[in-house]
Design a protein around this ligand. Structure first.
Ligand SMILES: Nc1ncnc2c1ncn2[C@@H]1O[C@H](COP(=O)(O)OP(=O)(O)OP(=O)(O)O)[C@@H](O)[C@H]1O
Ligand SMILES: [Mg+2]
Length: 291
């Protein structure tokens, strides 16, 4: 039986993750249609074609393009997973750090500064070298981030960042966390954590896209609790959190709102596409009940 609802899957090319969602929707009888945002016009005149959809699932690889499309559907009152507010918060690492810190969720100490002098002062405030410098937004897979070990590295990196242009001139710094050769990537929905992997590497950057080895991570009470607290701080949605293990307990490094999951499904056997679809259907019902 096909569900009465229709979901639009917004994309900029069907990757393996999106293919898994489409396959799972067939198996579950959920009506879902891929919408390539590159072959569509988003104007007031073109909205009629989107009216039949009950919800849009944002799976674009290009975050910058997706941002505009999220604005479009938000303006027309269509539910989106994840919604614009949550997406804007999570895509900006500085905004996420601020929200977590203000909510009392453990997260590495951080600072933002705009000049070399203030960066050096901020590094002192963070307890000294080493620190990590990251783009506030617009990158993934550990790209364009650096471990600053001394004042010469600061000079060199800031000079290069100046050359990269305006998007790279807000200097977001995080205390370097001496983690045990791995971090933890966990998947949550509505504050419930349902899948996790350890990502281990000899390098301090442990993204699987950079070659880290991934193995299943059991979801402990501590993991569940910190993820529930983080989700409560940022709002409900489908999230992937990066956690660090420290001597003082877990910390949330960052929160991803358009996560890749294909390898996690392969490693853990957990049906993440099914969780995504369940959440979409739940959101449609929530939206209907508020109409
Ligand atoms: N403050 C830190 N201390 C130690 N290691 C860090 C720190 N920040 C990041 N790392 C390492 O670098 C990796 C990538 O950092 P982060 O998750 O912040 O950015 P990203 O992966 O590029 O973003 P996304 O997950 O959205 O692709 C982390 O998984 C972790 O292994
Ligand atoms: Mg990450």
């Amino acid at each position: 039986m096909t569900s009465q609802y229709k979901i639009g899957l917004l994309h900029t090319g069907i990757r393996e993750d999106e293919r898994m969602i489409l396959d799972q929707s067939k198996a579950r009888g959920v009506a879902i249609e891929p919408i390539d945002i590159r072959s569509t016009i988003f104007s007031p005149q073109s909205f009629a074609q989107f009216q039949p959809y009950d919800l849009f699932l944002q799976r674009c690889a290009s975050g910058a393009k997706a941002d505009q499309v999220l604005r479009y559907f938000t303006e027309y009152g269509k539910p989106i997973v994840n919604n614009l507010e949550l997406s804007e918060l999570c895509k900006n690492k500085y905004a996420t750090s601020l929200r977590l810190a203000r909510a009392g969720v453990p997260t590495p100490d951080f600072a933002l500064a705009f000049t070399e002098d203030k960066v050096l002062e901020a590094i002192d405030q963070l307890g000294g070298f080493p620190v990590v410098i990251k783009p506030v937004a617009g990158t993934s897979w550990g790209r364009l981030m650096g471990k600053l070990t001394d004042v010469h590295a600061v000079e060199m990196i800031l000079e290069h960042k100046e050359a990269l242009g305006v998007n790279h001139q807000s200097f977001y710094l995080q205390k370097f966390i001496d983690k045990p050769g791995r971090d933890i990537r966990v998947y949550t929905v509505n504050g419930q954590t349902y899948a996790g992997i350890y990502r281990s590497a000899a390098h301090w950057i442990t993204n699987t896209a950079r070659g880290a080895e991934a193995v299943p991570c059991p979801i402990t009470k501590e993991i569940s609790e910190i993820c529930a607290a983080a989700q409560q701080a940022v709002g409900n949605g489908l999230l992937a959190l990066d956690l660090f293990e420290t001597a003082d307990g877990l910390m949330v490094n960052e929160i991803n709102h358009t996560m890749e999951f294909k390898n996690v499904v392969k490693i853990t056997g957990i049906d993440i596409p099914g969780k995504i679809l369940d959440y979409c259907l739940e959101e449609i019902k929530n939206h209907e009940s508020t109409k």
